[in-house]
Design a protein around this ligand. Sequence first.
Ligand code: NAP
Ligand code: G4F
Length: 325
Amino acid sequence: MSSALITGITGQDGPYLAKLLLEKGYRVHGLTPRRSSDNLWRLRELGIENDVDFVNGDLADAGSVQRAVASVKPDEFYNLGAQSFVAASWDQPVLTGVVDGIAVTHCLEAIRQFSPKTRFYQASTSEMFGLIQAEKQDEKTPFYPRSPYAVAKLYGHWITVNYRESFGLHASSGILFNHESPLRGLEFVTRKVTDAVARIKLGRQKELRLGNIDAKRDWGFAGDYVEAMWLMLQQDEADDYVIATGVTTTVRDMCRIAFGHLGLKMEDHLVIDPKFFRPAEVEVLLGNPAKAKARLGWEAKTSLEQLIRNMVDADMKRVSKETSC
Ligand code: NAP
Ligand code: G4F
């Protein structure tokens, strides 16, 4: 039986990846930091809460990562844990630097010392392209990070490449463009929108306040993207891959899809609020996933329209169940 250790198993991507691996017959371990309240709702929604072996540990605590790797000695290690909200990285730049940057070295060092055959996946990001240097971004496009989050992730990306080249570790970096799902956190723009649209339809909310709706993103479905992570670790050689749909859409048009799905007019409810503008913006992202298609046989299966409709439907169900007071 193959085994995997996943950090960030309670986030959006972790449960989709865990489910995929469990279906493939893996034993799945999840590194979880101590939290004061229950955060297993996503694993519960996918019905796998009891199928994961939890290991205590925090990415910022090198010793705990070492103990986890030394005791599990996983075949595959997926580092998905992060402070992943870009806007929050200006409020907590040092914490973001430690967890999203330095802690990647904690993982790689633990593998190097205690389990050098473990294959490693690093959750890199299209945010590293930031102020884009090419119309369509691929593995060769130069990076230009625009937030403390992206700067930290860039460190994580290069240290992964460096440990691969220095020590021969099977360490791959997935440069994933935005991916969403009904399990997305409420702070991210797609889910903020789909939740608000459901609340407006059900009379629980009147308006939706957003920042820069001219920003463009290449949005895919998280369920499709975790498959690419797994495929990367099945290759003979470790490498870096851009994972994207190849289509970019404004926040405005994504919003229109969500309102339109429930027969609402976006213009009747949308308010632009300067509070949600960022100190430095990534105006547009558009990925070229040709290498992933050629080498991994991977391509995105879910359109943005399908994705947003599914998210709105899921939020309609959730909000309908809430007791109004
Ligand atoms: P997410 O929903 O924000 O989940 C982040 C996870 O990291 C949570 O399980 C969180 O635990 C955990 N975590 C935070 N701090 C930690 C620490 N100090 N030690 C251990 N775990 C910690 O993120 P996601 O959307 O699933 O994204 C997964 C990864 O892909 C992240 O690294 C993100 O930066 C990267 N990424 C995401 C996208 C995207 O569009 N979703 C695109 C490119 C790259 P708690 O639940 O306890 O807070
Ligand atoms: O949904 P967002 O917060 O995602 P963002 O900043 O693109 O980051 C996400 O994708 C990255 C991959 O490129 C990941 F690495 C990262 O971890 C995260 O998952 O914002 C998307 C866009 C931005 O341009 C933002 O300025 O939407 C714009 N926006 C406009 N109004 C808003 C809002 N974003 C949020 N969160 N909230 C708003 O009210």
